[in-house]
Design a protein around this ligand. Sequence first.
Ligand SMILES: C[S@@+](CC[C@H](N)C(=O)[O-])C[C@H]1O[C@@H](n2cnc3c(N)ncnc32)[C@H](O)[C@@H]1O
Length: 366
Amino acid sequence: MKQRERRPGQKKTSGPAGESRRDDRAGRPAKPVARPAAAREAVRETPAAAAIVSRPLSMRTGERPLERVPVILESLGAGDFHLIDSGDGQKLEQYGPYRIVRPEAQALWRPSLAPQIWEKVDAAFTGDTDEEGTGRWRFPKAALGETWPLNLLGVDFLGRFTSFRHVGVFPEQIVHWSWMKEQVEKAGRPLKVLNLFGYTGVASLVAAAAGAEVTHVDASKKAIGWARENQALGRMEKLPIRWICEDAMKFILREERRGSQYDIILTDPPKFGRGPNGEVWHLFEHLPLMLDVCREILSPRAAGLVLTAYSIRASFYSIHELMRETMRGAGGAVESGELVIREAGLDGKTPGRALSTSLFSRWVPK
Ligand SMILES: C[S@@+](CC[C@H](N)C(=O)[O-])C[C@H]1O[C@@H](n2cnc3c(N)ncnc32)[C@H](O)[C@@H]1O
């Protein structure tokens, strides 16, 4: 059971909606049925209804892929990031030159390091809210600018003190990014990577730097702007990345209609989010269709479909079994579990306790 901090694009909601949808697959048509054009136009009339442009779930047959569970993908940090210590509902992290304290509900234990170390930090998220309802940062040593340069897996990007306690990167994703980098590098051809809910683009830049052709989708214009800034910072403008500001579901449904295909799809959806035109994303309601469509746009030589989920009241088995049902008849294996970050101490090398961050499930062809 994982609870995690809210991430961008995600609003507080009272709880998951529409879980029953997963049960009513039986009896649905074997093939996706496109809505008539008139119906498609009709639902476009109101922005909030846009997410309804949809199709039924496919009826999947064949064997479920092999399973590997539980798989704990653990990171001791990489590049400019490591988790120094955690405890008392907080975490102490190193991001390049800065030591930062942020809330962490899962750190139920006591901190290992002395209080003086926790106090002498460069930035701390206070949790206060200002007039706009955004969180506040405190800079105990000296006032800091909004951004600062960081590097992970050889890619330059900007750390950023954002509202809702985020710093412009989710370092627990490094394990997925390293895996993806390896797939791209060993493919012997330019893999096509689709990064859904791509945020500030670090995964997209890692993939492109490794030789992939990348399509990056995010609903937030601001996040796309930051991603482009990151691309410029690393002088990676010439790399083939399409930056697309769109509702993720709408985008993949269109790609399916066009017959587009991708070799690797990363999807890291929030529990709740909104597309740029008010399209509603509810993980518990829309994830089955999202995976179903992702399967349809996986190329015959695909290297993987990677799903991460956070801040949801669910076991990794929920997304694991959904992934296996979705990938029926595709062969390969589904491996699922948790992404954890291990404390690495002040020196970044001394393993301590593991902090769970999210659930994941990934289909791989072998
Ligand atoms: C937590 S971030 C993903 C982080 C990213 N995987 C990474 O590690 O860098 C979630 C992102 O989903 C985006 N988002 C929310 N609702 C969306 C929607 N309906 N369609 C596309 N993107 C959406 C937000 O703008 C936000 O950037």
